[in-house]
Ligand binder design. Structure first.
Ligand SMILES: [Zn+2]
Length: 192
């Protein structure tokens, strides 16, 4: 079955494969749209069936997991949605819930950035906000000023913290990106 999947749909890049895999699990996303995302290079007659899409998402996820928790977290934090549609219909619900998978990745990385911040007066909330800023989509990124204000520290201090966090996360992300590219290419999931 895995064999068959590799022939069915090729991704243009490791990034698009990851975006597909980490959105697919959110079952609230409609299947035809996900299948379109799965096989961008193929003509309309050859899209994946829902089952193939799920199998392929599972395969990509297991490759990501194989890189170990740090690299997995860096890839998920970048490619998974932070929130997903919620259909609980409770009156207090805004129709969206935090994506547990994204949240766990942020938690892992919040721990990872203890090291570059060793010796600074930072708490878990601050570390988490720096990590979230690093991975947030451009329009949703908190500013250094907002983080400083929320944590009652001065702007300059927050800026220094963030640059340390940004440096180690940039390195980790670049390493993770190179590794997953090799692994997915090796599995025959990427276009030549
Ligand atoms: Zn809800």
């Amino acid at each position: 079955m895995a064999q068959q999947n590799t022939n069915d749909a090729l991704f243009k890049s490791a990034h698009s494969a990851l975006v597909f895999a980490f959105h697919f699990s959110g079952q609230a996303y409609d299947r035809p749209a996900m299948n379109k995302l799965a096989a961008p290079s193929l003509g309309s007659g050859k899209g994946l069936s829902g089952l193939d899409g799920a199998g392929q998402a599972g395969m990509i996820r297991s490759k990501v997991r194989g890189l170990g928790p740090r690299m997995e977290a860096a890839l998920i934090a970048r490619c998974a949605p932070a929130s997903m549609p919620c259909e609980c219909r409770s009156p207090c619900c805004g129709g969206w819930k935090t994506n547990r998978e994204w949240f766990d990745a942020i938690t892992e990385l919040t721990d990872y950035v203890r090291k570059p911040l060793a010796g600074s007066a930072v708490n878990g909330l601050m570390r988490s906000l720096y990590v979230q800023r690093f991975f947030a989509a451009k329009g949703k990124r908190s500013t250094i000023d907002e983080i400083a204000e929320r944590c009652y520290i001065n702007r300059q201090t927050a800026g220094i913290h963030y640059s340390k966090v940004s440096k180690v996360l940039t390195d980790l992300e670049s390493q993770s990106g190179q590794m997953i590219e090799i692994v997915l290419r090796d599995a025959g999931l990427l276009e030549m």
